[in-house]
Design a protein around this ligand. Structure first.
Ligand code: ZN
Length: 77
C-alpha cells in the first residue's frame, strides 16, 4: 500500500510513528525522528485553511492537517 494509491481512492492517510507518535511527513516507511517503523492511519478529516489566494481565475488554498501536514489545493469553483 502506498500513500498515493490510498489518496486516489479518497483515503487521506497519514504515517504515524509507532514509537514516538510523530506524524511523518512527507510519508516514509520509517520515522524521520527516531527511525522506528510507522503505521498508517486515517487522517483527521478536518483540516484548517491557513491561506487562501487567487491566481487568474483560480483559487488556491493552503490547508493544514493535524498541525503538521500542509497541502496546497486548487479550489473547484
Ligand atoms: Zn518516531
Amino acid at each position: 500500500m502506498t500513500f498515493e494509491d490510498e489518496l486516489r481512492k479518497g483515503n487521506f492517510q497519514v504515517a504515524e510513528c509507532t514509537d514516538c507518535k510523530k506524524i511523518v511527513w512527507p510519508p516514509s516507511d520509517f520515522c524521520n525522528q527516531c527511525f522506528q517503523e510507522i503505521r498508517w492511519r486515517k487522517c483527521a478529516n478536518e483540516g484548517k485553511i491557513i491561506e487562501f489566494s487567487k491566481q487568474n481565475n483560480n483559487y488556491f488554498c493552503l490547508a493544514e492537517f493535524e498541525n503538521t501536514i500542509k497541502i496546497i489545493g486548487k479550489v473547484a469553483s
